[in-house]
Write a protein that binds this ligand. Structure first.
Ligand code: HPA
Length: 285
């Protein structure tokens, strides 16, 4: 189904049904921050205390991730006194899900009205200054996927037909990311993330084109989640882990193994940045 089901209550009702199951498992839980953890970055959720873990398979209407490195669990817990709801793994359009389904988990997170939705991903570096293992704060995105999760009837209970995307990545949060990185002594790049549909990696010609149109990093996720967060009025901060140089830049072929390996190598730095940011964002939000 390419558009959300028009069943009674529409998409809003499906989101509420799923959120109700979460509330049943963790009564009264109110996340200050929600986080979506990308390829190889799921370890962050393991650092939360007082965990309630819900496999995606036990959540109504939640799509299940089929990609290695994506655990497929919703983890609710505490980080230095702040309540955090984290998705360990996400689904992608290339897995065969409809656009509204790809963005459905982000909608469920946003329905809890966290102060911030943090999106993270593994990405190929396009900017020639970037190195493998760099972290990049996402300042904006290019939706080159060819689709949009809001296609279909608009459910006004969730948001407006034509949401503004001028500040999709909240500038104050971007500044907060930079200051957290500085405090932690972590070099943090910033740049524009381009999403293509995948699952094949890009050709060198596509990467040259992406650089020309202003992309600094490329990946196959994140944009739909940011679009629905904008739709639902939840501020977003985004971090990409540059797991590899994009096609045609490095000398070796691209592989999911390299992506996972690099994500694993930067794990500790990533956890430190995310940990500090979440606590600061929850305090100030
Ligand atoms: N291209 C697309 N998606 C990616 C890449 C890449 O080079 N690296 C990690 N995800």
């Amino acid at each position: 189904m390419t558009t959300p089901p028009l069943a009674e209550g529409g998409l809003h009702a499906l989101v509420q049904q799923c959120a109700a199951e979460v509330k049943l498992r963790a009564p009264g839980f109110q996340p200050a921050v929600a986080v979506i953890l990308g390829s190889g970055l799921g370890g962050f959720a393991d650092t939360l205390t007082d965990q309630v873990v819900i496999p995606y398979a036990e959540l109504p209407h939640f799509p299940r991730s089929s990609v290695p490195g994506h655990a497929g669990r919703l983890v609710l817990g505490q980080l230095n006194g702040q309540s955090v709801m984290a998705m360990q793994g996400r689904v992608h359009f290339y897995e065969g899900y409809a656009p509204w389904q790809v963005a459905f988990p982000a909608r469920v997170l946003c329905s809890f009205k966290p102060k911030v939705l943090v999106v993270t991903n593994a990405a190929g570096g396009i900017n020639l200054d970037f190195k493998v293992g760099d972290l990049m704060a996402i300042s904006d995105h290019l939706n080159l996927s060819g689709w949009n999760p809001l296609v279909g009837p608009n459910d006004e209970q969730l948001g407006p037909r034509f949401p503004d995307m001028s500040h999709a990545y909240e500038p104050l949060l971007l500044a907060l990311l930079q200051s957290c990185a500085k405090h932690e002594g972590i070099p943090l790049r910033h740049g524009v993330y381009a999403q293509l549909s995948g699952p094949s990696y890009e050709t060198p010609a596509e990467i040259r084109m992406l650089r020309t149109v202003g992309a600094d990093a490329v990946g196959m996720s994140t944009v739909p989640e940011v679009i629905v967060a904008s739709h639902m009025g939840v501020p977003v901060a985004g971090v990409s882990c540059i797991t590899n140089l994009a096609a045609g830049i490095g000398s070796h072929p691209l592989s999911h193994e390299e992506v996972s390996q690099t994500a694993n190598l930067v794990k500790d730095v990533f956890l430190r940045l995310l940990g500090r940011f979440i606590v600061e964002a929850a305090k100030h939000g």
